[in-house]
Write a protein that binds this ligand. Sequence first.
Ligand code: GAP
Length: 432
Amino acid sequence: MEKLVSLCKRKGFIFQSSGIYGGINGCWDFGPLGVELKRNLKEHWWYTFVLSRDDMVGLDASIIMHPQVWVASGHVDEFHDILVDCKECKKRFRQDHIEGDRCPECGGELSEPRAFNSMLRTRMGVSEDTAVETYLRPETCQSIFVDFKEVCSSYRVKIPFGIAQIGKSFRNEVNPRNFIFRSREFEQMEIEFFCREEEAAAWFDRWRQEIWNWYRDIGLREENMRWYEHPKETLAHYSRRTVDVEYEFPFGWGELQGLANRGVYDLSQHSRHSGKDLSFFDVEKNERYVPTVIEPSAGADRTVLAILCDAYHEETVKDELRVVMRFAPKLAPIKAAVLPLVKKDGLAEIAVDLEKRLRRKFTTYYDHAGAIGRRYRRQDEIGTPFCICVDHQTKEDETVTVRHRDSMEQERVAMAEVDAYVLKRVSIRDVC
Ligand code: GAP
């Protein structure tokens, strides 16, 4: 984990937020490479679950919502962590994160447990007497339930169908930890899939398969993943059944995504609290009912962390350590580096022109500093799947070498065809 955190900082994937002020606990910034990796991940998710399906629509709702939303959803009453304080060192812990009845840091005596609401509060409004207290959303899905009626009446949908959303969520986590695994500000990728009660079990199984396939598709190795079924006693207040996909991080197994059967809980609650009917009218069956909800809920940041852990490889090549990030090419932040073999003999000019052409199609990087071997290693370390080298033969026959990150093998490709060659191998969408 230390090696990975250091590589992320050194290469500009992820660093602490507000670092020059000493940082702020539980908040992280994605640098030039991290932002591309995360964007690719979200685009891949959106493409898989929204654009390429005919039973899904998207939503991008506001982060701050009416405070009543969180009363209806149960968060005001139920979204609590149980805390204990150390009477000696004054540190605070989540009770379910510690073993035994002494402080895990200093062995001191612990206080009585007490409930702490994990929602981040804010005040909205310009004058003291009219400002309302509300929350930064702790999950993106509530806006999907609250907007259910708007979506149904404005867009032609029929059950079964889903509404998907990617966006920021906030939780005042007691102990943000393990790099970006548990943070206070993070992004979720959530789907609320509405179906008939009698079909819910079958949809649950189908979603289970879809989720697993997606993780395989983004390159996570199956041996590092497993399912965890929540026992009935520990289910969240809204859930009839929840299974999690877990990933084996260097610090142990951790939840990547939850799949829950939320029943009719949320739509019924919002109906009751808002006084608006949130049932669905099935024109074909001439029937009105509240649909059952199956919810796949994934964290984008946690998935980025799993991708980074899975991709990190060290190997010895010619007695030297090679660090290589084996990202799936469609997720890699930089798709191709363009490198002149040497800067002189007109090779740099050809490479610069080629890079300019390619950058309009996918992310590229131009580098002429240092020996070619060193430049290849720099690209391996950031997971660039292809290095395109302009050499003396390029001037003779207009071909370049394409070096593959994982095998380090090289092949000659016509310069005119190198765009299509790379694009075909790195595109998230199907390209013809
Ligand atoms: N709407 C259901 C829901 O929010 P959850 O299990 O609390 O369920 C879903 O959260 C996903 O969001 C988790 O599987 C995880 O990937 C991500 N997540 C939750 N809390 C997080 C945190 N503090 N930091 C990073 N990701 C988090």
